[in-house]
Ligand binder design. Sequence first.
Ligand code: NCD
Ligand code: ZN
Length: 447
Amino acid sequence: MKTIIKGGTIVNEGKQFVGDIVIENEIIESIGSLTSGFTGDEAVVDATGCYILPGVIDDHVHFREPGLTEKADMESESRAAAAGGVTCFFDMPNTVPQTTNVEALEEKFRLAATKSHVNYSFFFGATNSNTDLFTQLDEHSIPGIKLFMGSSTGNMLVDRDETLDRIFSEARLPIMAHCEDTGIINRNMAEFKERYGDDPPVSAHPLIRSLEACLASTTKAIELAVRHQARLHIAHITTAEELKLITASNFVRDGKFPLVTAEATVGHLFFSMTDYEKLGAKIKVNPAIKDILDREALRSGLMDGRISVIGTDHAPHLLSQKEGGASRATSGMPMIQFSLVTMLELVDEGVLTLEQLVELMAHNPARLFEVRQRGFIRPGYQADLVIVRPDSPWTVTPQYIESKCGWSPMEGHTYQWKVQHTFCNGHHIYNDGVVDTDYIGQPIQFR
Ligand code: NCD
Ligand code: ZN
Protein backbone atom coordinates (compact mmCIF):
# COMPACT_ATOMS: atom_id res chain seq x y z
CA MET A 1 0.00 0.00 0.00
CA LYS A 2 1.48 3.33 -1.07
CA THR A 3 0.47 6.85 -0.08
CA ILE A 4 1.72 9.97 -1.82
CA ILE A 5 1.62 13.30 -0.04
CA LYS A 6 1.83 15.85 -2.79
CA GLY A 7 2.94 19.43 -2.97
CA GLY A 8 3.43 20.49 0.66
CA THR A 9 6.30 22.47 2.15
CA ILE A 10 8.44 19.94 4.00
CA VAL A 11 10.16 21.29 7.12
CA ASN A 12 13.00 19.06 8.25
CA GLU A 13 16.56 19.28 9.60
CA GLY A 14 16.87 23.04 9.28
CA LYS A 15 15.39 23.32 5.79
CA GLN A 16 12.09 24.07 4.08
CA PHE A 17 11.32 22.94 0.54
CA VAL A 18 8.28 22.08 -1.54
CA GLY A 19 8.16 18.38 -2.32
CA ASP A 20 6.30 15.09 -2.33
CA ILE A 21 6.62 12.22 0.11
CA VAL A 22 6.00 8.60 -0.85
CA ILE A 23 5.05 6.26 1.97
CA GLU A 24 5.18 2.52 1.45
CA ASN A 25 3.36 0.67 4.21
CA GLU A 26 4.88 2.08 7.42
CA ILE A 27 7.97 3.64 5.95
CA ILE A 28 8.98 6.85 4.18
CA GLU A 29 10.15 5.50 0.82
CA SER A 30 11.25 8.69 -0.89
CA ILE A 31 11.17 12.47 -0.64
CA GLY A 32 11.41 14.69 -3.69
CA SER A 33 9.61 15.92 -6.74
CA LEU A 34 7.48 13.24 -8.32
CA THR A 35 6.73 13.48 -11.99
CA SER A 36 6.34 9.81 -12.88
CA GLY A 37 6.21 6.33 -11.44
CA PHE A 38 2.56 6.33 -10.37
CA THR A 39 0.50 3.20 -10.85
CA GLY A 40 -2.79 4.90 -10.00
CA ASP A 41 -3.34 2.59 -7.01
CA GLU A 42 -1.72 4.98 -4.54
CA ALA A 43 -3.69 6.98 -2.01
CA VAL A 44 -2.95 10.63 -2.77
CA VAL A 45 -3.12 13.40 -0.16
CA ASP A 46 -2.93 16.93 -1.56
CA ALA A 47 -0.82 19.07 0.77
CA THR A 48 -0.70 22.18 -1.40
CA GLY A 49 -0.53 25.27 0.81
CA CYS A 50 0.31 23.15 3.87
CA TYR A 51 3.48 22.38 5.81
CA ILE A 52 4.61 18.80 6.45
CA LEU A 53 6.50 18.25 9.71
CA PRO A 54 7.76 15.14 11.45
CA GLY A 55 5.11 13.92 13.93
CA VAL A 56 5.52 15.55 17.33
CA ILE A 57 7.29 13.49 20.01
CA ASP A 58 5.92 14.58 23.41
CA ASP A 59 8.43 13.61 26.09
CA HIS A 60 6.13 14.36 29.04
CA VAL A 61 2.51 13.24 29.40
CA HIS A 62 0.26 11.84 32.12
CA PHE A 63 -2.35 9.61 30.48
CA ARG A 64 -3.58 8.41 33.92
CA GLU A 65 -3.90 4.71 33.10
CA PRO A 66 -4.01 2.50 35.04
CA GLY A 67 -5.87 3.65 38.09
CA LEU A 68 -6.92 7.24 37.44
CA THR A 69 -9.16 6.65 34.44
CA GLU A 70 -11.89 8.97 35.68
CA LYS A 71 -9.53 11.75 34.54
CA ALA A 72 -8.18 10.27 31.31
CA ASP A 73 -7.12 6.99 29.70
CA MET A 74 -4.74 5.84 27.01
CA GLU A 75 -7.48 5.63 24.39
CA SER A 76 -8.88 9.12 24.94
CA GLU A 77 -5.55 10.90 25.34
CA SER A 78 -3.85 9.16 22.41
CA ARG A 79 -6.89 10.22 20.35
CA ALA A 80 -6.24 13.82 21.46
CA ALA A 81 -2.57 13.31 20.56
CA ALA A 82 -3.43 12.14 17.03
CA ALA A 83 -5.75 15.13 16.54
CA GLY A 84 -2.92 17.42 17.68
CA GLY A 85 -0.24 15.99 15.39
CA VAL A 86 1.54 14.07 18.17
CA THR A 87 2.64 10.62 17.00
CA CYS A 88 4.80 9.54 19.98
CA PHE A 89 4.39 10.06 23.70
CA PHE A 90 6.39 9.17 26.81
CA ASP A 91 4.02 8.70 29.75
CA MET A 92 4.92 9.41 33.37
CA PRO A 93 4.89 6.95 36.29
CA ASN A 94 2.50 8.70 38.73
CA THR A 95 -0.38 6.35 37.94
CA VAL A 96 -2.09 3.85 40.27
CA PRO A 97 -0.21 1.64 40.78
CA GLN A 98 2.89 3.74 40.27
CA THR A 99 5.24 2.59 37.51
CA THR A 100 8.00 1.78 39.97
CA ASN A 101 8.57 -1.92 39.31
CA VAL A 102 8.99 -4.02 36.19
CA GLU A 103 5.52 -5.61 36.45
CA ALA A 104 3.78 -2.21 36.51
CA LEU A 105 5.85 -1.12 33.51
CA GLU A 106 4.94 -4.25 31.57
CA GLU A 107 1.27 -3.75 32.42
CA LYS A 108 1.37 -0.29 30.82
CA PHE A 109 2.84 -1.74 27.63
CA ARG A 110 0.08 -4.39 27.62
CA LEU A 111 -2.62 -1.73 28.02
CA ALA A 112 -1.16 0.50 25.31
CA ALA A 113 -0.97 -2.42 22.88
CA THR A 114 -4.77 -2.54 22.80
CA LYS A 115 -5.62 1.13 23.41
CA SER A 116 -3.08 3.66 22.19
CA HIS A 117 -3.77 5.17 18.76
CA VAL A 118 -0.22 6.55 18.49
CA ASN A 119 3.27 5.28 19.39
CA TYR A 120 4.05 4.95 23.06
CA SER A 121 6.57 4.42 25.79
CA PHE A 122 6.75 4.83 29.54
CA PHE A 123 9.16 6.29 32.06
CA PHE A 124 10.19 4.15 35.00
CA GLY A 125 9.63 5.97 38.30
CA ALA A 126 12.39 6.21 40.90
CA THR A 127 11.42 5.84 44.56
CA ASN A 128 13.31 6.04 47.83
CA SER A 129 13.87 2.27 47.63
CA ASN A 130 13.87 0.85 44.07
CA THR A 131 17.33 1.58 42.63
CA ASP A 132 18.12 -2.14 42.76
CA LEU A 133 15.59 -2.59 39.92
CA PHE A 134 17.50 -0.30 37.52
CA THR A 135 19.55 -3.23 36.16
CA GLN A 136 16.33 -4.97 35.10
CA LEU A 137 15.19 -2.09 32.87
CA ASP A 138 15.40 -2.62 29.11
CA GLU A 139 17.19 0.42 27.69
CA HIS A 140 15.73 -0.32 24.26
CA SER A 141 12.11 -0.03 25.34
CA ILE A 142 11.95 2.98 27.69
CA PRO A 143 13.23 6.56 27.42
CA GLY A 144 14.52 6.95 30.94
CA ILE A 145 13.88 7.27 34.67
CA LYS A 146 11.52 9.89 36.10
CA LEU A 147 12.57 11.40 39.39
CA PHE A 148 10.35 13.66 41.48
CA MET A 149 12.84 15.79 43.46
CA GLY A 150 9.79 17.78 44.52
CA SER A 151 6.42 16.46 45.56
CA SER A 152 3.63 16.80 43.01
CA THR A 153 0.50 14.92 42.00
CA GLY A 154 0.93 11.25 42.92
CA ASN A 155 3.20 11.26 46.01
CA MET A 156 6.41 10.18 44.32
CA LEU A 157 8.82 12.44 46.18
CA VAL A 158 12.37 11.10 46.51
CA ASP A 159 13.95 13.14 49.28
CA ARG A 160 16.70 11.06 50.88
CA ASP A 161 20.17 12.29 49.96
CA GLU A 162 21.68 8.81 50.02
CA THR A 163 18.97 7.59 47.62
CA LEU A 164 19.51 10.53 45.27
CA ASP A 165 23.22 9.69 45.21
CA ARG A 166 22.41 6.08 44.35
CA ILE A 167 19.95 7.06 41.63
CA PHE A 168 22.44 9.37 39.93
CA SER A 169 25.32 6.94 40.29
CA GLU A 170 23.43 3.84 39.14
CA ALA A 171 21.11 5.12 36.39
CA ARG A 172 22.32 4.07 32.94
CA LEU A 173 19.35 5.82 31.34
CA PRO A 174 18.65 9.57 31.22
CA ILE A 175 17.09 10.90 34.42
CA MET A 176 14.19 13.29 33.87
CA ALA A 177 13.75 15.28 37.06
CA HIS A 178 10.93 17.39 38.47
CA CYS A 179 12.85 19.99 40.48
CA GLU A 180 11.10 21.84 43.30
CA ASP A 181 12.27 21.97 46.92
CA THR A 182 9.44 20.59 49.04
CA GLY A 183 10.81 22.06 52.29
CA ILE A 184 10.70 25.59 50.90
CA ILE A 185 7.23 25.00 49.41
CA ASN A 186 5.86 23.69 52.71
CA ARG A 187 7.21 26.68 54.61
CA ASN A 188 5.73 29.10 52.06
CA MET A 189 2.38 27.31 52.16
CA ALA A 190 2.28 27.53 55.98
CA GLU A 191 2.93 31.29 55.79
CA PHE A 192 0.24 31.87 53.18
CA LYS A 193 -2.26 29.79 55.15
CA GLU A 194 -1.63 31.95 58.18
CA ARG A 195 -2.41 35.02 56.13
CA TYR A 196 -5.25 33.77 53.92
CA GLY A 197 -6.71 30.76 55.71
CA ASP A 198 -6.75 27.13 54.61
CA ASP A 199 -6.94 27.66 50.86
CA PRO A 200 -4.95 30.72 49.71
CA PRO A 201 -5.95 32.23 46.33
CA VAL A 202 -4.51 30.51 43.27
CA SER A 203 -2.57 33.68 42.40
CA ALA A 204 -0.37 32.78 45.40
CA HIS A 205 0.61 29.47 43.76
CA PRO A 206 3.75 30.90 42.05
CA LEU A 207 4.77 32.52 45.35
CA ILE A 208 4.30 29.28 47.29
CA ARG A 209 5.88 27.09 44.61
CA SER A 210 8.43 29.84 44.31
CA LEU A 211 11.46 30.68 42.24
CA GLU A 212 13.61 29.83 45.29
CA ALA A 213 12.04 26.36 45.50
CA CYS A 214 12.80 25.70 41.82
CA LEU A 215 16.29 27.13 41.92
CA ALA A 216 17.34 25.21 45.04
CA SER A 217 16.18 21.89 43.63
CA THR A 218 17.50 22.43 40.09
CA THR A 219 20.88 23.47 41.52
CA LYS A 220 20.96 20.28 43.57
CA ALA A 221 20.00 18.08 40.61
CA ILE A 222 22.73 19.60 38.44
CA GLU A 223 25.27 19.15 41.21
CA LEU A 224 24.31 15.46 41.47
CA ALA A 225 24.47 15.00 37.69
CA VAL A 226 27.92 16.57 37.47
CA ARG A 227 29.28 14.66 40.44
CA HIS A 228 28.07 11.32 39.09
CA GLN A 229 28.39 12.20 35.39
CA ALA A 230 24.74 11.18 34.87
CA ARG A 231 22.55 12.43 32.00
CA LEU A 232 19.97 14.79 33.46
CA HIS A 233 16.96 16.24 31.62
CA ILE A 234 15.24 18.88 33.75
CA ALA A 235 11.49 18.69 33.26
CA HIS A 236 9.36 21.80 32.84
CA ILE A 237 11.92 24.48 33.66
CA THR A 238 10.11 27.68 34.65
CA THR A 239 12.44 30.49 35.68
CA ALA A 240 15.05 32.79 34.20
CA GLU A 241 17.33 32.01 37.14
CA GLU A 242 17.33 28.26 36.50
CA LEU A 243 18.00 28.82 32.81
CA LYS A 244 21.25 30.54 33.73
CA LEU A 245 22.46 27.14 34.96
CA ILE A 246 21.83 25.42 31.61
CA THR A 247 24.39 25.20 28.83
CA ALA A 248 23.14 25.81 25.31
CA SER A 249 22.93 22.65 23.24
CA ASN A 250 22.60 24.77 20.09
CA PHE A 251 20.57 22.29 18.14
CA VAL A 252 23.25 19.64 18.15
CA ARG A 253 23.51 17.73 14.93
CA ASP A 254 25.74 14.89 16.00
CA GLY A 255 23.46 13.55 18.71
CA LYS A 256 25.73 14.76 21.54
CA PHE A 257 23.98 16.83 24.18
CA PRO A 258 25.54 18.48 27.23
CA LEU A 259 25.25 16.48 30.45
CA VAL A 260 22.29 18.61 31.56
CA THR A 261 19.42 19.58 29.26
CA ALA A 262 16.07 21.25 29.87
CA GLU A 263 12.47 20.83 28.76
CA ALA A 264 10.01 23.73 28.65
CA THR A 265 6.29 23.09 28.43
CA VAL A 266 3.81 24.69 26.09
CA GLY A 267 1.85 26.00 29.09
CA HIS A 268 4.85 27.78 30.60
CA LEU A 269 5.77 29.21 27.19
CA PHE A 270 2.27 30.48 26.50
CA PHE A 271 0.81 31.63 29.83
CA SER A 272 2.17 33.91 32.55
CA MET A 273 1.10 35.09 36.01
CA THR A 274 -1.36 37.61 34.58
CA ASP A 275 -3.48 34.74 33.24
CA TYR A 276 -4.46 33.50 36.73
CA GLU A 277 -7.01 36.30 36.89
CA LYS A 278 -8.96 34.93 33.94
CA LEU A 279 -8.20 31.21 34.06
CA GLY A 280 -7.74 30.64 37.82
CA ALA A 281 -6.87 27.10 38.88
CA LYS A 282 -7.27 25.82 35.31
CA ILE A 283 -3.65 26.88 34.78
CA LYS A 284 -2.47 25.76 38.19
CA VAL A 285 0.44 23.41 37.48
CA ASN A 286 3.61 22.30 39.23
CA PRO A 287 6.03 24.00 38.86
CA ALA A 288 3.85 27.11 38.78
CA ILE A 289 3.38 29.41 35.81
CA LYS A 290 5.41 32.41 36.89
CA ASP A 291 6.29 35.96 35.97
CA ILE A 292 6.11 37.32 32.42
CA LEU A 293 9.89 37.89 32.60
CA ASP A 294 10.36 34.19 33.29
CA ARG A 295 8.21 33.40 30.27
CA GLU A 296 10.31 35.74 28.15
CA ALA A 297 13.47 34.01 29.37
CA LEU A 298 12.02 30.61 28.48
CA ARG A 299 11.11 31.92 25.04
CA SER A 300 14.63 33.19 24.46
CA GLY A 301 15.91 29.79 25.63
CA LEU A 302 14.11 28.26 22.64
CA MET A 303 16.14 30.42 20.29
CA ASP A 304 19.54 30.13 21.95
CA GLY A 305 19.54 26.38 22.57
CA ARG A 306 19.27 26.31 26.37
CA ILE A 307 15.86 24.64 26.01
CA SER A 308 16.33 21.37 24.14
CA VAL A 309 12.79 19.99 24.11
CA ILE A 310 9.24 21.33 24.19
CA GLY A 311 6.88 18.90 25.95
CA THR A 312 3.38 19.37 27.25
CA ASP A 313 3.26 17.86 30.75
CA HIS A 314 -0.26 16.99 29.56
CA ALA A 315 -1.86 16.38 32.97
CA PRO A 316 -5.65 16.16 32.79
CA HIS A 317 -7.86 16.40 35.86
CA LEU A 318 -11.63 16.62 36.11
CA LEU A 319 -12.87 20.20 36.18
CA SER A 320 -14.40 19.47 39.61
CA GLN A 321 -10.87 18.62 40.86
CA LYS A 322 -9.68 22.05 39.68
CA GLU A 323 -11.99 23.87 42.09
CA GLY A 324 -10.51 25.84 44.98
CA GLY A 325 -7.29 27.78 45.39
CA ALA A 326 -3.55 27.21 45.84
CA SER A 327 -4.04 24.42 48.32
CA ARG A 328 -7.25 22.65 47.30
CA ALA A 329 -7.23 22.69 43.48
CA THR A 330 -5.20 19.90 41.85
CA SER A 331 -2.18 20.85 39.75
CA GLY A 332 -1.90 19.98 36.07
CA MET A 333 -3.78 20.75 32.86
CA PRO A 334 -4.46 19.05 29.52
CA MET A 335 -2.54 20.41 26.51
CA ILE A 336 -1.51 17.67 24.07
CA GLN A 337 -4.18 18.35 21.45
CA PHE A 338 -3.23 22.02 21.16
CA SER A 339 0.54 21.94 21.72
CA LEU A 340 1.57 22.07 18.07
CA VAL A 341 -0.90 24.77 17.04
CA THR A 342 0.04 26.85 20.08
CA MET A 343 3.72 26.66 19.19
CA LEU A 344 2.90 27.49 15.55
CA GLU A 345 1.21 30.61 16.87
CA LEU A 346 4.46 31.51 18.64
CA VAL A 347 6.25 31.00 15.31
CA ASP A 348 3.90 33.60 13.80
CA GLU A 349 4.77 35.94 16.68
CA GLY A 350 8.47 35.56 15.89
CA VAL A 351 9.32 33.72 19.13
CA LEU A 352 10.97 30.87 17.21
CA THR A 353 11.25 29.71 13.62
CA LEU A 354 9.39 26.81 12.07
CA GLU A 355 12.70 24.95 11.71
CA GLN A 356 13.39 25.48 15.44
CA LEU A 357 9.91 24.24 16.32
CA VAL A 358 10.65 21.03 14.45
CA GLU A 359 14.00 20.69 16.26
CA LEU A 360 12.38 21.20 19.66
CA MET A 361 9.24 19.09 19.19
CA ALA A 362 10.54 16.20 17.05
CA HIS A 363 14.27 16.06 16.23
CA ASN A 364 15.64 16.82 19.70
CA PRO A 365 13.38 14.52 21.71
CA ALA A 366 14.37 11.78 19.22
CA ARG A 367 18.10 12.57 19.55
CA LEU A 368 18.09 13.13 23.27
CA PHE A 369 16.40 9.83 24.10
CA GLU A 370 17.93 8.05 21.08
CA VAL A 371 14.59 7.12 19.54
CA ARG A 372 15.08 4.67 16.68
CA GLN A 373 13.87 5.56 13.17
CA ARG A 374 11.52 8.37 14.16
CA GLY A 375 11.54 12.13 14.63
CA PHE A 376 12.90 13.02 11.17
CA ILE A 377 11.56 12.98 7.62
CA ARG A 378 14.12 10.63 6.12
CA PRO A 379 13.85 7.72 3.66
CA GLY A 380 13.72 4.47 5.61
CA TYR A 381 12.28 6.11 8.72
CA GLN A 382 8.81 5.37 10.11
CA ALA A 383 6.25 7.59 8.39
CA ASP A 384 5.20 9.66 11.44
CA LEU A 385 4.10 12.94 9.87
CA VAL A 386 1.81 15.87 10.53
CA ILE A 387 0.36 18.19 7.91
CA VAL A 388 -0.59 21.65 9.18
CA ARG A 389 -2.43 24.40 7.36
CA PRO A 390 -1.84 28.13 7.98
CA ASP A 391 -4.45 30.89 7.64
CA SER A 392 -7.38 28.66 8.69
CA PRO A 393 -8.97 30.34 11.69
CA TRP A 394 -10.91 28.19 14.14
CA THR A 395 -11.90 28.57 17.78
CA VAL A 396 -11.50 25.93 20.50
CA THR A 397 -14.91 24.86 21.77
CA PRO A 398 -15.80 21.78 23.85
CA GLN A 399 -16.95 19.87 20.77
CA TYR A 400 -13.34 19.75 19.48
CA ILE A 401 -11.81 18.47 22.71
CA GLU A 402 -10.84 14.79 22.52
CA SER A 403 -9.36 14.53 26.05
CA LYS A 404 -11.63 12.68 28.44
CA CYS A 405 -11.74 15.54 30.96
CA GLY A 406 -13.63 17.58 28.34
CA TRP A 407 -12.08 20.98 29.11
CA SER A 408 -9.05 22.94 28.01
CA PRO A 409 -7.33 26.13 29.16
CA MET A 410 -7.42 27.07 25.45
CA GLU A 411 -11.24 27.16 25.23
CA GLY A 412 -12.34 30.30 23.42
CA HIS A 413 -8.91 30.76 21.81
CA THR A 414 -8.82 31.31 18.05
CA TYR A 415 -5.96 29.63 16.21
CA GLN A 416 -4.84 30.53 12.69
CA TRP A 417 -3.18 27.13 12.19
CA LYS A 418 -4.93 23.81 12.11
CA VAL A 419 -3.76 20.23 12.07
CA GLN A 420 -5.14 18.81 8.85
CA HIS A 421 -3.71 15.28 8.71
CA THR A 422 -1.62 13.04 10.95
CA PHE A 423 0.18 9.90 9.76
CA CYS A 424 1.39 7.40 12.33
CA ASN A 425 3.56 4.55 10.99
CA GLY A 426 2.27 5.42 7.52
CA HIS A 427 -1.32 5.10 8.69
CA HIS A 428 -3.64 8.05 8.07
CA ILE A 429 -4.67 8.27 11.72
CA TYR A 430 -6.20 11.77 11.62
CA ASN A 431 -8.01 13.28 8.66
CA ASP A 432 -9.50 16.75 9.07
CA GLY A 433 -11.39 16.26 12.31
CA VAL A 434 -11.69 12.47 12.33
CA VAL A 435 -9.41 10.08 14.26
CA ASP A 436 -9.26 6.49 13.01
CA THR A 437 -9.90 4.85 16.37
CA ASP A 438 -9.41 1.35 14.94
CA TYR A 439 -5.70 2.03 14.63
CA ILE A 440 -3.20 1.07 17.34
CA GLY A 441 0.32 2.56 17.49
CA GLN A 442 3.59 0.80 18.23
CA PRO A 443 5.96 0.61 21.19
CA ILE A 444 8.82 3.06 20.55
CA GLN A 445 12.31 1.59 20.31
CA PHE A 446 15.35 3.34 21.77
CA ARG A 447 19.15 3.20 21.42
C1 NCD B 1 1.25 16.48 37.18
C2 NCD B 1 0.07 15.54 37.31
O1 NCD B 1 -1.04 15.99 37.53
O2 NCD B 1 0.27 14.32 37.17
N1 NCD B 1 0.85 17.77 37.64
C3 NCD B 1 1.45 18.95 37.37
O3 NCD B 1 1.04 19.95 37.93
N2 NCD B 1 2.43 19.06 36.50
C4 NCD B 1 2.41 15.95 37.94
C5 NCD B 1 3.70 16.62 37.63
O4 NCD B 1 4.23 16.50 36.52
O5 NCD B 1 4.23 17.30 38.50
ZN1 ZN C 1 4.51 16.05 34.67
